[in-house]
Design a protein around this ligand. Structure first.
Ligand code: FES
Length: 337
């Protein structure tokens, strides 16, 4: 990190990563959506067989935006202006006036995967291949979870912050105390201390309900909780609450442009294996979901107005993890090396 751009931020590019663009169950087969991410106009469509595709939005014929009036035909999208047809790879498959596919004409396409009921798109400024795979952490064979959409998700649009802020927020132990009301012993440990590769493993240790006889989350008194998290690239944080209550939280953040991001929260709640039908959400489950939304909401006024400090005045115990995560994150910024 050397130079400084607006808000003190040292990078001028959007980092390469997998980013969430939708929850899978919110998009029906045959549906078309305009998207605005990475400073680009995009179109998302879901084929009749249920696959997802993301292309640059503008048809190379006369420039129509495929997200406004485009229609899915089988596994392709048809332009609303003159009927040119495009497949998920962005190849032209039919040009009506020519009576054939114009194979030499293409639209830029983006790698798309569905993991954990979330639609992820790989972004790299130069179109380079993914540096890593986004994992499936929801193991339905081992644990039965409630579907997340629509009851256990929440999103914020066009928030004034960059993915870097949320990645750094994950290792900032003391902010859990000041912003989120955590009390008692508290620590965040990176495993290893100097992460390499595209994932950071970290363990947050705290005492839920510290100093209180009972809370709605800890009706039997305080619970020592270790929350094992993985930060995958610059786009997502997967947190497993393990013995605390078995929930899995996925926080993700997708750059709209260089200064703004959409944020997403998904809360996976385990349910008993042997229930034949899922009962309605209990009040406690509703509170659990709301709690995660409220906690992220608390970060936003601070992060939206942050001036990025390149050389923080670290207190005695905090510089190691933060400087390690900053060093690790540099690999995702094109040309930052
Ligand atoms: S602009 Fe798309 S078919 Fe003409």
């Amino acid at each position: 990190m050397a130079k400084e751009t607006r808000f003190g931020f040292p990078f001028e590019s959007i980092p390469s990563s997998w980013y969430q663009v939708a929850w899978a169950d919110e998009v029906r087969p045959g549906e078309v959506r305009p998207l605005k991410y990475f400073g680009r106009d995009l179109v998302l469509f879901r084929t009749v067989t249920g696959d997802f595709a993301v292309l640059d939005a503008f048809c190379p014929h006369y420039g129509a935006h495929l997200g406004y009036g485009g229609e899915v035909k089988d596994c392709d999208i048809v332009c609303p202006f003159h009927g040119w047809q495009w497949n998920a790879a962005g190849r032209n498959t039919w040009a009506p006036l020519d009576g054939r596919a114009r194979e030499e004409v293409a639209i830029a396409s983006y790698p798309v995967v569905v993991r954990n009921s979330i639609v992820w798109v790989w972004y790299d400024r130069e179109g380079a291949a993914p540096m890593y795979e986004i994992p499936e952490v929801i193991d339905a064979a081992a644990v039965r979870y409630r579907p997340i959409y629509p009851d256990a998700v929440h999103g914020w649009q066009n928030v004034h912050l960059m993915p870097q802020y949320l990645v750094e927020n994950s290792v900032d132990a003391e902010h859990f105390r000041w912003v989120h009301g955590a009390a008692g012993p508290l620590s965040v440990a990176l495993k290893p201390k100097r992460p390499s590769g595209c994932v950071v493993d970290l363990r947050v240790s705290m005492v839920l309900g510290y100093g209180k006889a009972r809370t709605w989350l800890t009706p039997d008194g305080p619970v020592e909780a270790t929350i094992d998290s993985q930060i995958w690239g610059m786009g997502a944080n997967f947190a497993n609450f393990g013995v605390a209550d078995g929930a899995v939280l996925i926080e993700s953040h997708t750059p709209v442009d260089i200064e703004h991001s959409d944020l997403f929260v998904s809360v996976f709640l385990p349910v008993e294996e042997n229930l034949p039908d899922l009962p309605p959400l209990t009040d406690r489950e509703k509170s659990r979901i709301r709690e995660q939304i409220v906690q992220l909401q608390r970060d936003l006024p601070i992060l939206e107005n942050l001036r990025y400090i390149q050389n923080p005045a670290y207190s005695r115990t905090e510089g190691s993890a933060m400087s390690a995560i900053r060093k690790w994150s540099e690999q995702f910024y094109p040309g930052s090396g």
